[in-house]
Design a protein around this ligand. Structure first.
Ligand code: THU
Length: 138
C-alpha cells in the first residue's frame, strides 16, 4: 500500500502509525505473529505486512513486502523504516530483511521499532547489520 508522505518532522511518528496500520492486514495464520512495516522513500510511505504460506518457507516478512512496494513504485532509496510487532518488546527485522534494506539504504538508515504498547526503540541499519555485504564489494 502507498500513501503520500506526511510533512517533515512528523515523519517518524507517521511511519510508525503506518506500520501499525499495516500490521492489522498481516496474514499470519500459522505463527500468529503479526508484523507491519512502513518505509519512507521518494516522498511517499509504502507499507507491508507479513504474508505466510501453507508452504512455510514461502512466508514473506512485513519489511520485505514494504520494500517491494516502494521499489515497485519506482523508489530506489529508502530514507526511513518503521516496524510494528505485537510483543511488548519491540522486535528487530530478521537478517534477510536487514540485507534487503541494505540494498536500498546506507548504515545511517533510521529504524524505528514499535512494540505492542507503543514502546519504541530507535536505531539504525548500521547498528543492526554492521559490515553489510553490498554491491560495493562486487
Ligand atoms: N516476521 C516479519 O514479518 N518480520 C520480521 O522481522 C520477523 C518475522 C514474520 C515472519 C513470520 O510470518 C512471523 O513473523 C514469525 O516469524
Amino acid at each position: 500500500m502507498t500513501a503520500r508522505a506526511p510533512r517533515r518532522g512528523s515523519a517518524d511518528a507517521a511511519l510508525a502509525r503506518a506500520a501499525r496500520a499495516a500490521r492489522k492486514r498481516a496474514y499470519a495464520p500459522y505463527s500468529r505473529f503479526r508484523v507491519g512495516a512502513a518505509v519512507r522513500a521518494g516522498g511517499a510511505v509504502h507499507s507491508g505486512c507479513n504474508i505466510e504460506n501453507a508452504s512455510y518457507g514461502l512466508t514473506v516478512c512485513a519489511e520485505r513486502v514494504a520494500v517491494a512496494a516502494a521499489v515497485a513504485a519506482g523508489a530506489r532509496r529508502i530514507e526511513a523504516v518503521a516496524v510494528a510487532s505485537g510483543t511488548d518488546e519491540p522486535t528487530p527485522p530478521c537478517g534477510m530483511c536487514l540485507q534487503t534494506l541494505a540494498e536500498f539504504a546506507g548504515p545511517e538508515l533510521p529504524v524505528r521499532l514499535v512494540g505492542a504498547r507503543g514502546g519504541t526503540l530507535d536505531t539504525t541499519l548500521g547498528e543492526l547489520l554492521p559490515r553489510a555485504f553490498t554491491k560495493r564489494f562486487l
